[in-house]
Design a protein around this ligand. Structure first.
Ligand SMILES: *[C@@H]1O[C@H](CO)[C@@H](O)[C@H](O)[C@H]1NC(C)=O
Ligand SMILES: *[C@@H]1O[C@H](CO)[C@@H](O)[C@H](O)[C@H]1NC(C)=O
Length: 191
């Protein structure tokens, strides 16, 4: 009788364990519910406009050189130089204009014949409509061209699963200070 009771108890215990596993969904993160709510074909387009400020030296320095190749100093395009940047993004072109966020990441000279930067940067917004969201750019930036087109390859926050294009246009490049102010116009497809 004792043995039978043990079997019954064991049976019920495994039932509890089993139903427990069944009733608790494996999706426990809010992001999983969000992903399930996505409706293919229901993407939105956001249009962003801002100014990017890169200051490689001086008092308000925002980018630093982290590496270079032995040939970089002999190269007219600084081929092989790699910079790490934490550049402010503002509403207007003036450095004192309203701060919208920051572009953080790396850019490096990737062209031997033409000055082309490979940009690997996350553009995060800390104020305005896109506060708390970011998108990432990974692409070439031939800086001497009047307008450059760079791919937006993903994002976070409202830009989850984003894809798009950023057009960049130099507003000012001061050859003495190295300060570059670049106008960005981005179109982003996201849910
Ligand atoms: C390249 O030039 C910079 C600045 O003139 C200098 O500090 C650096 O030592 C040079 N590097 C090499 C590898 O020659
Ligand atoms: C570059 O910056 C320096 C120092 O701020 C300034 O004196 C100079 O006028 C600027 N040059 C141009 C072309 O804006």
């Amino acid at each position: 009788m004792g043995k039978q009771l043990l079997v019954v108890v064991f049976f019920f215990m495994s039932m509890i364990a089993f139903t427990g596993a069944e009733s608790k969904p494996w999706k426990t993160r809010p992001v999983d519910d969000w992903r399930d709510s996505l409706v293919p074909g229901k993407e939105k387009v956001s249009h962003l406009h801002f100014y990017f400020h890169d200051t490689p030296k001086g008092r308000s320095q925002s980018s630093v050189q982290v590496a270079q190749a032995p040939v970089t100093n002999q190269s007219a395009t600084f081929f092989g130089a790699v910079m790490m940047a934490d550049d402010p993004l503002t509403e207007g072109p003036e450095p004192t204009s309203k701060l919208l966020g920051r572009a953080q990441g790396m850019y490096g000279s990737a062209g031997q014949k033409e000055l082309t930067l490979l940009m690997v940067m996350a553009y995060s917004f800390t104020s305005g409509k896109y506060k708390g969201s970011s998108f990432s750019i990974m692409g070439n930036n031939p800086v001497m061209h009047p307008v450059r087109e760079m791919p937006i390859v993903g994002g976070t926050g409202i830009f989850r699963f984003a894809r798009g294009v950023a057009m960049a246009k130099t507003y000012i490049f001061n050859t003495t200070t190295g300060v570059a102010i670049v106008e960005y116009d981005a179109k982003i497809l996201h849910f």
